[in-house]
Design a protein around this ligand. Structure first.
Ligand SMILES: Cc1cc2nc3c(=O)[nH]c(=O)nc-3n(C[C@H](O)[C@H](O)[C@H](O)COP(=O)(O)O)c2cc1C
Ligand code: SF4
Length: 429
């Protein structure tokens, strides 16, 4: 890839990361960012003025959500979403591994702003070290008596959909970590039937910075439609996979350049429920919700995943679809029947041994699934599948005619994108 790099890397959340191989202590955190400011009830207004949007994938305005929770009657609850179930994403793990106190500051400040009496931190139970580090950070704060509200750390079962916000609320209420139909949204009725603010860990780290330095400072980085900085994960066929902090408005091509994309083939934007694009086209687009909209794409939680040179895009999509089909919570029709059927159609196509009419059937299925699940999980799988049919259209024709590409015949199907191993059934609690 060669594009002109227009924006340097930013360093707000990532200050000191290169020196630190371990989580910053409370003392180091205060030396880096200054002490936590007094909690103010006008924080929701400052966050709205900053234009901060959620970093967990949907990009909803954080100030609007905070105001909605604050406006409800009775005590509220804050839930910190640190689950990071997207298999290729590393940004939340990297943030928690280096700056846990920034996230906890944001959670406690948000709790005060929305009138919450408890903060719950939800983590993937399989990440032992992360849970230990967060409990240590919470203990440090308890001993220093810096937090006016109790902070509890929980380990939840690992599934792709267990990190969806209604799954977290259901689990915290004593149930299984599977999504439930909304409304009511957690902001109306969540943990213990209280209004509940669920925010991603990166979002809360930005809240902590807005509280310290104000909305104008926040907007001094980024673009008018994507203010501030964003953590992104670059993975797949790149020489420097990992987490980068970029300013809003940075081009996809800049991220590919800085992470050393090794080819100018195809890129998957937004994660496993995202969309494939030729790199040359995507490179010109800002990695923002507004910048990608016209191309039918979204940055999701900031994922830029490069397809390995000479890999088969159809085979790679088939692997991901198989994973997404396995990872549904099997509660709704689209998850139980629709996703396995799409994954099976793709497997036939990728292998170059399709049944008659597989493409027509696939298009029909892709048309009826969106919007039918209780959560957006099936919509993401359909988005991925549809974009693969478009991006790899000539391969699709060849495979449908029984002629899989050379990459597939050589067995070169893996882009290095991680597919977690299937887990034992039934572990949702
Ligand atoms: C299938 C699915 C998986 C999700 N996984 C995550 C996740 O791992 N981490 C996260 O913060 N948000 C995840 N979300 C989004 C959450 O439901 C919720 O919107 C988010 O935590 C809100 O925080 P934010 O406004 O700060 O982004 C997921 C959503 C869906 C539909
Ligand atoms: S669509 Fe799938 S993941 Fe979402 S609630 Fe229904 S069964 Fe669960």
């Amino acid at each position: 890839m060669s594009t002109q790099t227009t924006r340097p890397l930013a360093a707000r959340l990532t200050v000191g990361w290169h020196q630190a191989a371990r989580p910053a202590s409370l003392g180091e955190h205060h030396a880096r960012y200054g002490p936590r400011p007094e909690a103010g009830r006008d924080l929701a207004g400052a966050v709205a003025a900053a234009g901060l949007t959620g970093r967990g994938g949907a990009g909803f305005p954080t100030g609007v959500k905070m105001r909605a929770v604050a406006a409800r009657r009775g005590p509220a609850v804050v839930v910190v979403n640190g689950m990071e179930s997207e298999p290729a994403s590393e940004k939340d793990q990297a943030l928690l591994a280096r700056a846990p106190h920034l996230v906890l500051d944001g959670a406690v400040l948000a709790a005060h702003a929305v009138g919450a009496g408890t903060v719950h931190v939800c983590l993937d139970r399989a990440r032992d070290q992360q849970i230990t580090a967060l409990m240590r950070a919470v203990g440090e704060r308890r001993r220093a008596r810096v937090d006016p509200v109790p902070v509890m750390v929980h380990g939840l079962p690992r599934h792709y959909v267990s990190s969806e916000e209604t799954s977290l609320v259901r689990w915290l209420n004593g149930g299984e970590a599977r999504p439930v139909t909304a409304p009511p949204r957690p902001s109306d009725r969540g943990v213990g039937r209280h209004p509940t603010l669920v925010d991603n860990v990166e979002t809360l780290a930005h809240v902590a910075l807005v509280a310290r330095y104000g909305p104008a400072w926040f907007r001094s980085a980024g673009s008018s439609d994507a203010p501030g900085t964003f953590l992104v994960t670059a993975a797949g066929a790149v020489a420097g996979p990992g987490v980068y902090e970029i300013e809003g408005g940075t081009l996809v091509g800049d991220v590919l350049e800085m992470s050393g994309a090794v080819d100018d083939g195809f890129v998957l934007l937004g994660g496993y429920g995202g969309t494939w694009h030729p790199m040359r086209e995507a490179a010109q687009l800002p990695l923002t919700a507004a910048g990608l909209r016209a191309a039918g794409a979204s940055p999701g939680a900031g994922l830029v995943l490069a397809l390995a040179p000479s890999s088969c895009g159809l085979a790679e999509t088939t692997r991901i679809l198989g994973y997404l089909a396995r990872e549904g919570a099997q509660q709704c029709g689209p998850c139980r029947f629709g996703l396995p059927a799409i994954a099976d159609d793709f497997a036939q196509l990728a292998a170059g041994r399709p049944e008659d009419g597989v493409l027509d059937r696939l298009h029909r299925r892709l048309g009826v699934i969106p919007g039918r699940g209780a959560c957006r999980h099936p919509d993401g799988a359909v988005r991925l599948a549809t974009s693969a049919l478009n991006a790899f259209a000539s391969d699709v024709r060849a495979h449908a005619a029984g002629h899989p590409c050379a990459a597939f015949r050589r067995g070169r199907t893996a882009a290095g994108l991680p597919i977690p191993r299937p887990r034992a059934e039934g572990q949702w609690r």
